[in-house]
Ligand binder design. Structure first.
Ligand code: SF4
Ligand code: SF4
Length: 166
């Protein structure tokens, strides 16, 4: 029986190269060092950073930025960033893929609520008065107020905000 052939899609790789954090995927030599330290890979077979990099190298756009993509299982712990001998920075490639999925409107719907909350309040989960009371009981300091106006400026013009801070 003939094996299914996979054609490398260089157009997707070019697209990924242009997204911030994406271009280092080219340096991956599939050693699996990132898998050895990845907490998400330890708990589920669905997630494997080496396989994500392999699919990026093959240009498998739908598998990586479609609705069933495993990229959302990454915990953003950055262990792979420190371990990778090739400076691939797998977490940054995964963030680039997440941004591409959001642009394609393929990100999980639950994330939209979280990002709306961040845009409105500066935090992903609303801090209620009950939370603050409990913190007081536990002797914890109140949660710092987020400078919302500053956050709005950054969200409206991220590149301008980056230039201002240079
Ligand atoms: S991303 Fe780095 S650590 Fe992971 S497989 Fe590729 S070269 Fe190895
Ligand atoms: S950042 Fe994501 S891919 Fe990297 S080690 Fe942590 S969970 Fe795994």
């Amino acid at each position: 029986m003939a094996k299914e052939k996979i054609q490398v899609d260089f157009r997707f790789r070019d697209k990924l190269n242009k997204v911030q954090g994406g271009k280092h995927h080219n340096y991956c030599y599939q050693c699996s060092a990132c898998v050895a330290v990845c907490p998400a890979a330890r708990f589920t077979e669905e997630f494997n950073p080496r396989v994500i990099l392999l699919k990026a190298l093959l240009g498998m756009e739908e598998a990586l930025t479609g609705e069933d993509s495993p990229i959302w299982l990454c915990t953003n712990c950055y262990s792979c960033y420190e371990r990778c001998p090739q400076d691939v920075r797998p977490i940054e490639v995964i963030i680039a893929l997440k941004n591409m999925a959001v642009q394609r409107q393929k990100a999980p719907a639950s994330l939209a609520k979280l990002s709306d909350n961040i845009a409105k309040t500066g935090v992903s989960v609303t801090v209620t008065s009950a939370v603050n009371r409990r913190r007081q009981e536990l002797g914890l300091p109140p949660i710092k107020t987020i400078p919302i106006e500053e956050l709005k400026e950054i969200l409206e013009d991220p590149q301008g905000a980056a230039k201002d801070s240079e």
